[in-house]
Write a protein that binds this ligand. Structure first.
Ligand code: FCB
Length: 473
């Protein structure tokens, strides 16, 4: 997956098939608010965001977009945009305040109303079971470093699917387990904020195990023959240094194959185990685990924003280490801290992430080549820019252009034979962007955090036109 260069991906007039599913996405902690209502327990993100110094400006998800109270209005916005699908996540601590035991009926009722509201408006519900808000009580017992958490996840899955498994179209087990494991337990840039490489790799395995345990539960419990999936944030790795191939192999192993190996091939890659031998002996992988994790899934969810460029650090020169994530002391790359992440050519989004639509095409082609039978869906793609409101409008030219280029890239991949089923724009509305709080705006709908007023940005109108015409405006 090592290439260079970028082509011009700005195009219009390209057509998408009528059954290509175009939608938008959010996640529970980022939008819901109502952190202490109707029996919701604290999650690791409540604890983390309330810890001074962890999140920009001390921002928390206590109120966020107040979606918990305003979901009907948000559903109407989705209907107005004509979304084919809406990808949301279920907050585990709303269903089980402490991550164990009986289901909280009020929590289930909220998602039941949301799903009904989607179906009434002709929008396909895509539910993610875990988008990072682990019940704090489970973290107190080790969180994802505790094997028991994977089993608790399967029990929670059963509660959720029992309540919604007659209506949800697609179930996604995990969102970006890379972030949960390596940012949560390795670098400390995400909740729970631990900085321990061995813990991060243990978390990788238990997240994989949670996925493997949950997929059969979904199949057995749902009554509407749903689609099953997982969403991964693949790293598209570049560089032209003579040491790039070695650095790229290491990052590919940690970031990509640590998940696709067991999930889609039934085994951890041997080089991953070798690269990390100084950190852990992987004895947390028990006999039969890899087989368990290797479950057929209907859709592989792909989140893509930008690329990384790497080489091996020579041990002497000052390190760049610009990997696009907040540097908070720990490393998200256990066993491979000597990989250097180089500053990449712009343009950049407000996250400092480089804009590289060719990376999306390349990734889709690569995944199709490696897993030819696996249908794919872009479950997240989008961009943060500092928007301004002028006369009640938001002319977010850069975001619209970003989306146009990435839809073009997706179209090119489809033309080259990739089985790409849909495209979900991140995000439906501005929201709590994790460690960056409310400072980064990814929405196609603007949220005024003082008044909770929603305003369609030009990118939302652009998407509406795309969905209505199936043609890139
Ligand atoms: C992804 C997350 C999503 C959002 C985007 C910008 O890593 O899944 O919640 O924060 O990045």
């Amino acid at each position: 997956m090592v290439t260079k260069g970028s082509a011009d991906y700005r195009d219009s007039g390209l057509q998408f098939a009528p059954d290509f599913v175009i939608g938008s996405a959010t996640a529970s902690y980022q939008i819901e608010g109502a952190a202490n209502e109707d029996g919701r327990g604290p999650s690791i993100w409540d604890t983390y965001s309330h810890t001074p110094g962890k999140v920009w400006n001390g921002d928390t998800g206590d109120v966020a977009d107040d979606h918990y109270h305003r979901f009907e209005q948000d559903l109407d916005i989705m209907k107005d945009l004509g979304l084919d699908s809406y990808r949301f996540s279920i907050a585990w601590p709303r269903i089980q305040a402490t991550g164990v035991g009986a289901a909280n009926e009020k929590g289930l009722a909220f998602y039941s109303k949301l799903v009904d509201g989607l179906l009434e408006r002709g929008i396909r519900p895509i539910a993610t079971l875990y988008h990072w808000d682990l019940p704090q009580a489970l973290e107190d017992e080790g969180g994802w470093t505790n094997r028991g958490t994977a089993y608790r996840f399967a029990e929670y899955t059963e509660h959720a699917v029992r309540a919604l498994g007659d209506r949800v179209h697609t179930w996604t087990t995990l969102n970006e387990p890379w972030c949960s494991a390596y940012l949560g337990y390795g670098s400390g840039a995400h909740a729970p904020g631990r900085t321990d490489g061995a813990a991060a790799l243990t978390a990788v395995h238990h997240l994989n195990l949670a996925h493997g345990l949950a997929i059969p539960v979904i199949r057995e419990t749902a009554t509407n023959d749903p689609q099953t999936s997982v969403t991964l944030n693949f790293h598209v790795i570049r560089g032209d240094d003579e040491t790039t191939p070695e650095a790229a192999r290491r990052i590919d192993a940690l970031a990509n194959r640590a998940f696709t190996g067991p999930m889609l091939k039934g085994a951890y890659p041997a080089d991953l185990l070798e690269d990390t031998a100084s950190v852990t002996d992987w004895s947390f992988v028990q006999d039969g685990d890899e087989k368990l994790i290797h479950q057929p899934i209907d859709i592989l969810g792909v989140n893509y924003y930008s690329t990384v460029t790497v080489k091996m650090w020579d041990g002497v020169s000052p390190r760049e280490n610009a990997d696009g994530h907040k540097d908070v002391g720990g490393s998200p790359w256990p066993g491979s801290r000597d990989v250097e992440f180089q500053v990449q050519a712009g343009p950049y989004t407000d996250m400092g992430w480089n804009i590289a639509p060719d990376g999306l095409e390349e990734l889709l082609l690569h995944l199709h080549e490696e897993f030819p039978e696996q249908a794919l869906m872009i479950t997240e793609n989008g961009a943060a820019f500092p928007d301004t409101v002028e006369d009640g409008r938001v002319h977010d030219v850069e975001r619209t252009d970003y989306l146009n280029r990435h839809f073009t890239a997706a179209h090119r991949a489809i033309e080259k034979g990739v089985d790409l089923r849909g495209y979900t724009v991140w995000s439906l509305m501005d929201n709590f962007e994790w460690g960056y709080g409310y400072s980064k705006r990814f929405g196609i709908v603007r949220v005024d955090y003082d008044t909770q007023e929603r305003t369609l940005k030009d990118s939302a109108l652009w998407l509406k036109s795309l969905i209505a015409t199936r043609t890139l405006p």
